[in-house]
Write a protein that binds this ligand. Structure first.
Ligand code: SF4
Length: 492
């Protein structure tokens, strides 16, 4: 959700005349889009703001803005602790950012603005999409649940659903621009429709996505087990472009802890959803989130979590050590678990998940996977001469990109681009990824690959033009420089 909000912030600013700062340049504007979910978020924000102070002093007119959930939580505290911040804005008023920056410049004082309710649905704001082939599409914001460990409802408000027609129109426009994969986003994505009273709305939306020509992959995140109804499973199974992957937060495998977390499902219900999903989608990769050491968690409760993990056979899991979040009900609960106990349980949980994900990935050896080639997914790609992307079930695949020629006589000139689809055979399953070291069986050029290539060409032309603008112009005239946006690199 935050990554997509950042795309909205970048789009808004580009519309207002800002341009991305080239790597290494000191920008005129830095925007922090903060998250309050992770531990030490505030410390990290103030640390980053402190690092920026010398750059701000040395660069006249530089502005710093802070938005997102942590800004919503800290509010006036930010300009008290870091008085060099120019703008602080809340989760409900991203759209005000350009106006607030301008006002801060004019009045030479910090601008702080928070709306209690959503002024404009973020999807109505312009976006600068990071990827030309894969896009986030927000279908709802906020959450009506009250999980006792979670700060989100108090920062993002109650659930607001977007109209189905608006969502489908946005997806249609994205597909026209070359996008072939969308991920539907919501804090509680499958309770979509609760605002307008249609409990089946999410399944209907998935089926409607299946009707969009050119849309090859549909994903969604994150569903809540409570709202995971059979019609959603049927829609997943019966809509060919909905991918066989599911990320469904478990949080705990113990019923008393789920009750204390105020999660409205129990372990048996969770496992029965997985059974139903696997009955209809046998090859679905299922992933999850788990919190260890929630207040009151006993060794027996933790054993229940390990038991559910063993039965669920997750392809991977995000694991978290519980830590107090001020402002949440769990922060005031008795029975906070000592740090060393949490650490020990966490290590046992991670070891079990690694063992299961390795076994599950090893089962993929020899299977043929269809990979949507991605940019920036494989950190070692340059060294290993591989490329990376996601299989249909969302497993990360590192593959050798050379393709056979059409007549089988040698390497093909068809080198896949990000956005293209490569069909290849898995040669090794590792705990966190698959390797495919044989030549691809097929490389399919897509509109998304074309879109990636044309964006790359435009970016190269812009860099060249900027280099030209930096040189003296004929007659001594200089071109107006755009306002630069980004994070300055620290020098020296
Ligand atoms: Fe937070 Fe998710 Fe629970 Fe909503 S459903 S309160 S966003 S953890």
């Amino acid at each position: 959700m935050n990554a997509h909000d950042s795309e909205r912030v970048a789009g808004l600013l580009e519309d207002a005349g800002y341009a991305r700062a080239p790597e290494g340049d000191t920008p005129d504007l830095v925007v922090f889009n903060t998250c309050a979910v992770r531990e030490n978020a505030a410390d990290r924000l103030y640390g980053n703001l402190g690092h920026l102070l010398p750059a701000k002093k040395a660069h006249a007119g530089m502005q710093i803005a802070v938005g997102g959930c942590l800004a919503q939580m800290e509010r006036e505290q930010i300009t008290k602790r870091a008085p060099w911040v120019d703008v602080v804005y809340g989760t409900h008023n991203i759209g005000s950012l350009p106006k607030l920056l301008e006002r801060a410049r004019d009045r030479r004082e910090a601008q702080i603005e928070f709306e209690e309710t959503l002024a404009t649905f973020p999807s109505l704001l312009p976006a600068r999409r990071e990827s030309p082939y894969s896009a986030w599409v927000s279908i709802s914001v906020g959450c009506n649940n009250t999980c006792t460990f979670c700060i989100v409802p108090s920062l993002r408000g109650t659930e607001r659903d977007r109209r189905p027609g608006d969502i489908l129109e946005e997806i249609g426009q994205l597909v026209d621009q070359g996008v072939i994969e969308v991920t539907l986003l919501g804090q509680n994505v499958n309770s979509y429709g609760s605002e307008f009273g249609d409990r089946l709305a999410f399944g209907k939306l998935l089926r409607a996505c299946g009707q969009i020509e050119g849309l090859e992959r549909v994903r969604f995140t994150s569903p809540h087990p409570r709202d995971f109804t059979d019609d959603v499973i049927a829609a997943m199974a019966e809509t060919p472009n909905v991918m066989p992957s599911l990320h469904m937060p478990l949080q705990s495998g113990s019923d008393p802890i789920l009750r204390a977390m105020r999660r409205a499902y129990r372990r048996d219900r969770y496992l029965s959803i997985l059974d139903n999903v696997r009955a209809r989608l046998p090859h679905a990769a299922i992933t999850t989130d788990i919190i260890v050491g929630f207040p009151g968690e006993t060794e027996a409760d933790f054993a229940d979590t390990l038991d559910v993990v063993r039965r669920a056979r997750f392809a991977s899991a995000f694991t978290f050590q519980y830590s107090i979040r001020a402002g949440t009900p769990a922060a005031a609960m008795d029975g906070q678990v000592p740090r060393d106990v949490v650490q020990d349980r966490y290590e046992r949980l991670v070891a079990l998940i690694e063992q299961i994900s390795t076994e599950e990935n090893e089962k993929q050896d020899g299977t043929v996977v269809e990979v949507l080639v991605a940019e920036g997914e494989g950190r070692k790609d340059a060294a290993t001469r591989r490329m990376s992307g996601r299989a249909r079930d969302n497993r990360l695949v590192h593959f050798v990109p050379s393709a056979p020629a059409v007549d089988g006589s040698g390497p093909s000139p068809l080198t896949p681009r990000p956005g293209d689809i490569v069909t290849t055979r898995v040669t090794h399953g590792a705990p966190h990824h698959l390797i495919a070291d044989g030549a691809p069986l097929d490389v399919r050029r897509t509109r998304a690959g074309d879109a990636w290539e044309s964006r790359r060409d435009v970016a190269t032309a812009a860099v060249n033009a900027a280099a030209g603008a930096a040189s003296p112009q004929p007659g001594g005239a200089s071109r107006p420089a755009p306002v630069l946006l980004g994070m300055p690199s620290r020098r020296g």
